[in-house]
Design a protein around this ligand. Structure first.
Ligand SMILES: [Zn+2]
Length: 223
């Protein structure tokens, strides 16, 4: 099972990715985590990524592609992998296909966990984070007992920079412009499977489970 998770920020990809990792016992490669770990461990990749990150620039495709390529080519990914946050653009998807073909492998499927902009704004924009210890609440889904106060340690709850409406809007614009073309890209290769991310996490998880069972059947038949 070589899987890619696709979808806008706030669609629940991370939550579902972690569940899948446990269910399928496959490594879960989230690009953001990989880059942060590389910087921390001061690998060659980390050093080149850090230069860009320190300047506030996006890490270029070839650096990210190199990092992901290393992971896919490692022993832990011999039975498969789950990618989240990569590919994020069509050139990255092309680089991934080239790397996989070099390794004699191919993608099993691409799961699009979709949510519309209003839903994303509501989910991310409603998050409140404890200023001291990072406990996370949500004004609609998980409100604190007292508005603006952390239930656990009584610290002030703040809106993180990432969760400000204008920042979410910008991330959505980037997603629509750069990542959304991947939907057609993978649909043309019959790899795309659509999951309604607006449902609750258990229902989304069940939908993913059914989709993977079908993908597995198709893959077995193809052999
Ligand atoms: Zn707290």
């Amino acid at each position: 099972m070589n899987l890619v998770l696709l979808g806008p920020p706030g669609s629940g990809k991370g939550t579902q990715g972690e569940r899948l990792q446990a269910d399928l016992r496959l490594p879960y490669f989230a690009t953001g985590d990989i880059l942060r770990a590389a910087v921390r461990d001061e690998t060659e990749l980390g050093r080149s990524a850090k230069e860009y990150m320190d300047r506030g620039d996006l890490v270029p495709d070839e650096v990210i592609v190199g990092a992901i390529g290393e992971r896919i080519d490692s022993a832990e990914a011999a039975d498969g992998f789950i990618l989240d946050g990569f590919p994020r653009t069509v050139p990255q998807a092309e680089a991934l296909a080239a790397k996989l073909s070099e390794l004699g492998r191919q993608l099993t499927g691409v799961l699009l966990i979709d949510a519309d902009d209003d839903e994303v704004m509501r989910r991310l924009g409603g998050r409140r984070t404890c200023a001291e210890n990072g406990h996370v609440f949500h004004v609609d889904f998980n409100p604190p007992e007292r508005e603006g106060v952390c239930d656990i340690d009584g610290s002030e709850l703040i809106v993180r920079d990432d969760d400000r409406p204008e920042v979410i809007r910008h991330r959505l614009d980037q997603y629509h412009a750069k990542t959304e073309p991947l939907i057609d890209f993978y649909d043309h290769q019959s790899l795309l499977r659509r999951i309604d991310g607006a449902a609750n996490p258990d229902a989304v998880g069940a939908d993913i489970g059914r989709t993977l069972a079908t993908l597995k059947l198709e893959a077995d038949e193809a052999i």
